[in-house]
Write a protein that binds this ligand. Structure first.
Ligand code: E4P
Length: 228
């Protein structure tokens, strides 16, 4: 069971890496955009290398920026070649339901030695097929699943049971984390990894009652030190 950080910001990654509580980092084009990456593809490559070096040997997921069949393969090979700890995100299908993506995923894993994180998945059935195609990671978007009125915990439990029974090696990553509660409940439901924003990890750590208790200890410690 592990927690990954879902961000492209160096300072945020450094903060939680130093605490020793994260086991990897995930990004996507929207996250990199929000993380202030500029300079086109060169900028993406630069930030990717920076993060990969910072967290090595922990894994970093970076997503391709095209849905063209050959373009995905070329870009995935290029991104994976930037550092040993990089795995490449490919969506389960294209924006119009194009299905070549699974072929690309299988080819990258079986012929090009690229570890693939299959992403933007909303159901156990999509994840199962991605795992069968040879994916290293299968990313289920738990928050979006819940927003559609399904229960992410049920999808996770079904998927974990199938992967174990079929002895498929793919690791389940649950992303799209919306609440602090999701992290523990999704790990408990069977996810290998939950990826979340730094704010949610902070929410796991800091508790108002702990603050009050620590304040009491410090105030009493001051009084103790003044007693003759
Ligand atoms: C997971 O790997 C994704 O980067 C991410 O969690 C997507 O979440 P969103 O629903 O907030 O876009």
């Amino acid at each position: 069971m592990a927690i990954f950080l879902d961000t492209g910001k160096i300072e945020e990654i450094e903060t939680y890496r130093k605490m020793g509580i994260i086991r990897g980092v995930t990004t996507n084009p929207s996250i990199l955009l929000r993380s202030g990456v500029t300079g086109g593809m060169k900028g993406v490559e630069k930030r990717t290398v920076e993060i990969a070096r910072l967290i090595a040997p922990l894994p970093l997921s970076v997503e391709v920026t095209t849905n063209d069949r050959d373009g995905m393969i070329e870009e995935a090979k290029m991104l994976a070649g930037l550092a040993e700890n990089i795995n490449v995100k490919i969506t389960i299908h294209g924006p119009e339901g194009e299905m070549e993506n699974l072929e690309v995923i299988h080819e990258l894993e079986s012929r090009h030695d690229v570890r693939v994180n299959v992403t933007a998945m909303m159901s156990a059935q999509q994840c199962l097929l991605a795992a069968m195609a040879g994916a290293t990671y299968v990313s289920l978007f738990g928050g979006r699943v819940n927003n559609m009125g399904y229960n992410a915990c049920d999808e996770i439990a079904k998927l974990r049971s199938l992967l174990d029974t079929l002895q498929l090696d793919a690791k389940i990553i649950i992303g799209s984390t919306r609440e602090v509660l999701n992290i523990i409940e999704w790990l408990d439901a069977g996810a290998h990894i939950v990826t979340c924003t730094p704010g949610l990890i902070q929410g796991m750590i800091v508790h108002p009652y702990t603050k009050e208790t620590v304040r009491m200890f410090l105030d009493d410690a001051d009084k103790l030190k003044k007693l003759l």
